[in-house]
Design a protein around this ligand. Structure first.
Ligand code: S3P
Length: 433
């Protein structure tokens, strides 16, 4: 088990490019594999999560070559996947298991999907139930992984209202819908990331979206295409907060995806008084990107608008660090989903903040944080092997007057393998050991 030890850091200066978007990287492998023809991907995230997806499709007979972040996928078409000879191990990755459960429910062969200790505790009923409504034969272990899928089922299309705003459930059902006998319609009760819809269109598949409803017809085919994966706003978010809370600092995060279904972190930081500028906005392979300039800010506590929650769902651990450094109280509600991520991100963050002397109150569906000064009162912070918890507490070091030790940081590799290198290049001081 590795730990981080951070030393007092800042000011932060420089321009950096964080790695490719995790959600888009997963989807590029999945759609490239079932497309006809060769798909070339650049900027692919070389993280354990997206590599788990890549290896799973290799296990199903897809020839995929990778040279660093350049990936070539020799698509096998919608009916060309082969039965894997072993259980598909998706490690820590909820996106892989949930999206693939939809795709594999429609194949002619049986499959088993499993993962690590954290993934094995995550709820899968949310995909099992609607997939069964479509006629899939899928079961879990008390609605948790491993998932067992029996192939050979002709799926029927459904109209389904999502019980929670979740791109993973939506995407799972859209992928199953590609194989269904009619029109699949998903109704969202809150906006969730739309990379699946966008990428399907990029592969020439007709998807219609209007306000909160997304539909596609089963039976079509996907045509290969080239994909340039933009930098991940969820990784950039760590440095957005760092730039805001560190004194005399100014940093630029280059070519970050600012897809409007992902920019809640920018909206929330701006509402808190964060100095964030979006420079050189441009389109890259169907996604809007920008260089994000962040300068030192006087943050103030806010009530986070609930409609921004799904748009910033992965960024709350580091937003809680921002709230800890803000003047006054920040209140988050409507975020129960945080309790079923790689860890219970409300409780685990609350425990870590308490051990840094930050007053907070855990709510059923959120947290109340009273901004203050970090105080040295514990030997180390437990990340519960959650990548985003580890990185969030590393960011606290730019405002801390003492060294912080964070336990169990290995999983940072799942989403942001060069986090320490990039952080240190702009003036942070993190040692991994
Ligand atoms: C993701 C969707 C989100 C997010 C996850 C990636 C995706 O999960 O938390 O990190 O790529 O579709 P939910 O859809 O469960 O909210």
């Amino acid at each position: 088990m590795s730990n981080y030890i951070t030393s007092i850091a800042g000011p932060l200066k420089g321009s950096i490019k964080v790695p490719g978007d995790k959600s888009i990287s997963h989807r590029s492998i999945m759609l490239g594999s079932i497309a006809d023809g060769v798909t070339r991907v650049s900027g692919f995230l070389e993280g354990e999560d997206s590599l788990a997806t890549l290896n799973a499709f290799r296990d199903m007979g897809v020839k995929i070559e990778r040279n660093g972040s350049n990936v070539t996928i020799n698509g096998v078409g919608k009916h060309g996947l082969k039965e894997p000879i072993r259980s598909l191990n998706l490690g820590n990755s909820g996106t892989s298991i949930r999206l693939m459960s939809g795709l594999l429910s429609a194949q002619s062969f049986d499959s088993e999907l499993c993962g690590d200790e954290s993934l094995s505790k995550r709820p899968m009923g949310r995909v099992i139930e609607p997939l069964r409504l479509m006629g899939a034969d899928i079961s879990g272990n008390d609605s948790k992984p491993p998932l067992l899928i029996k192939g050979g089922k002709q799926l029927s299309s459904i109209e389904y209202t999502l019980p929670v705003a979740s791109a993973q459930i939506k995407s799972c059902l859209l992928l199953a819908g590609l194989y269904s006998d009619g029109k699949t319609t998903i109704i969202e009760n809150g906006i969730s990331r739309d990379h699946t819809e966008r990428m399907l269109k990029g592969f020439g598949y007709d998807v219609t979206s209007s306000s909160n409803t997304i539909s596609l017809m089963g039976g079509g085919s996907l045509k290969s295409c080239d994909i340039e994966v933009p930098s991940d706003i969820s990784s950039a978010a760590f440095f957005m907060v760092a730039g805001c809370i560190s004194e005399n600092s100014s940093i630029v995060l280059e070519a970050v995806n600012i897809n409007p279904t992902r920019t809640g972190v920018i909206d929330i930081l701006r509402l808190m008084g964060g100095n964030i500028e979006l420079l050189n906005q441009r389109l890259q392979a169907g996604e809007l990107i920008a260089d994000i300039k962040v300068t030192s800010s006087e943050l103030k506590g806010i009530e986070i608008p609930e409609n921004l929650v799904p748009l910033a769902i992965d960024e709350f651990p580091v937003l809680f660090i921002a709230a800890s450094c803000a003047k006054g109280e920040t209140v988050l509600t409507g975020a129960r989903e945080l309790r079923v991520k790689e860890s219970d991100r409300i409780q685990v963050m609350a425990d870590g903040l308490t051990s840094l002397g930050i007053d907070n109150e855990v709510l059923d569906d959120g947290i109340r944080i009273i901004g203050g000064e970090f105080k040295e009162q514990t030997s180390s912070i437990k990340s519960h092997h959650d990548h985003r918890i580890s990185m969030a507490f590393a960011i606290a070091s730019v405002k801390s007057k003492f060294n912080i030790e964070i336990e169990g940081v290995d999983n940072v590799k799942t989403s942001f393998p060069n986090f320490v290198e990039l952080a240190n290049s702009i003036g942070m001081k993190i040692k991994e050991g």
